[in-house]
Design a protein around this ligand. Structure first.
Ligand SMILES: Cc1ncc(COP(=O)(O)O)c(C=O)c1O
Length: 381
């Protein structure tokens, strides 16, 4: 039986997987210890769980456990990565390169750093949402300290050429940070083969709870050093103080382990449903896909409905299907998506674009319902 409303906003957040919930629950109650308590078993049990989670997160991205710093989510990890590099490497330079389609957590951190004296280059993207590697190379200066380019875009799913960016950064000895919040757990991510120095991820995008995330910080070739942004008890090697969120960390670890285990099967199944949704809606007039269709996450499609008033379309669809226009973080803001605008979409078209984000619990029946519902709405508008 189809249950309404249908949830197709898995890039905003995902439901917690029951297996993840089961894994985290004991750490609220019988195993409630503080992972920093060294002299009793409550602490040891908590610390053991954190150690296991650190291994699980590291495995997902081909890192070493000692390179994982737990945070409250991707936004905090982004702030730590970017502000931490900027402060730590101030004698080397103050120039940062990023790109126009990054998440606001990156763009607003860049603005903050600009106010503190950073020089910023914000690379444009092409119509398909991808940066030009020649422009990246040309933007590099002797005082460039950081390249921050996301792995997968949250609105379109478009993938940046991370491996090539990593190689360029390595060649110029510049630290490369990638926001992999949308990619980790959905597609293979490898900090070794791709020369990634810093990478963030977040539990609630991969069937874990909100409020848990991690930053990968490379320890070898080169060793990346960060200025802490939260001072205190010296947790997480002094990079992020504060009592560890043990249940959240256990859940993040489990989410990563499940993500790894299910990745192949899930990207086929979910990718198939996404393609079915896309193919059916593309048969209608004036519907087009925003962004590159090959270099893209398997679970998302961002479609523009030219000539249809965007707010009405979203209101109608939202009666029974949870979707979004633009990212959830900016949905209180009626401005057209900065991502679609950066890809060359006019304001009207950007406003009449909808992101459909499928996930682990999306069914064939739900996709069929979504297709029929959107078709009906378009006929009426
Ligand atoms: C690409 C990207 N980066 C960062 C974030 C922020 O993540 P969090 O909610 O864990 O702070 C999000 C979530 O919307 C995202 O999609």
């Amino acid at each position: 039986m189809l249950k309404l409303p249908v949830y197709l906003d898995n890039n905003a957040t995902t439901p917690v997987d029951p297996e993840v919930l089961q894994a985290m629950l004991p750490y609220f109650t019988e195993h409630f210890g503080n992972a920093a308590s060294r002299n009793h078993s409550f602490g040891w049990v908590a610390e053991e769980a954190v150690t296991q989670a650190r291994e699980q997160v590291a495995q997902l991205i081909h890192a070493a456990p000692s390179e994982i710093v737990f945070t409250s989510g991707a936004t905090e990890a982004i702030n730590l990565a970017m502000k931490g590099v900027y402060e730590m490497y101030s004698t080397k330079g103050n120039h940062i390169i990023t790109c126009a389609t990054e998440h606001k957590a990156v763009l607003d951190t860049c603005k903050h750093l600009e106010r503190s004296g950073a020089e910023l280059t914000c690379l444009e993207v092409n119509r398909e949402g991808i940066i030009d590697l020649n422009l990246l190379k040309a933007a590099i200066r002797p005082n460039t300290v950081l390249i921050s380019i996301m792995t997968a875009n949250n609105e379109t799913g478009v993938l940046q050429p991370v491996k090539e960016i990593g190689a360029i950064a390595k060649q110029h000895e510049i630290i490369f940070f990638t926001d992999a919040t949308q990619a980790a757990g959905k597609i293979p991510v490898d900090v070794q083969s791709d020369n990634i120095d810093l990478l963030c991820l977040s539990a609630h995008k991969i069937y874990g709870p909100k409020g848990a995330g991690a930053l990968y910080v490379r320890r070898k070739n080169p060793r990346v050093r960060l200025a802490a942004q939260i001072d205190g008890g010296g947790h997480e090697k002094g990079m992020r103080s504060g009592t560890l969120n043990v249940p959240g960390i256990v859940a993040l670890g489990k989410s990563c382990a499940l993500g790894m285990q299910k990745m192949d099967e899930e990207s086929k199944r979910i990718g198939g449903l996404r393609d079915q949704l896309e193919k059916s809606l593309l048969q209608l007039n004036n519907v087009a896909v925003n962004g590159n269709r090959v270099h893209r996450l398997p679970n998302v499609t961002n479609l523009s409905f030219a000539g249809i008033p965007g707010n009405r379309l979203l209101t109608e669809i939202s009666r029974t299907i949870a979707v979004s226009s633009g990212s959830a973080c900016t949905s209180a803001n009626p401005e057209p998506s900065h991502v679609l605008k950066a890809m060359g979409a006019a304001d009207d078209l950007a406003k009449s674009s909808i992101r459909f984000g499928l996930g682990r619990f999306t069914t064939q029946e739900e996709i069929e319902y979504a297709v029929e519902t959107v078709k009906k709405i378009l006929q009426n508008l």
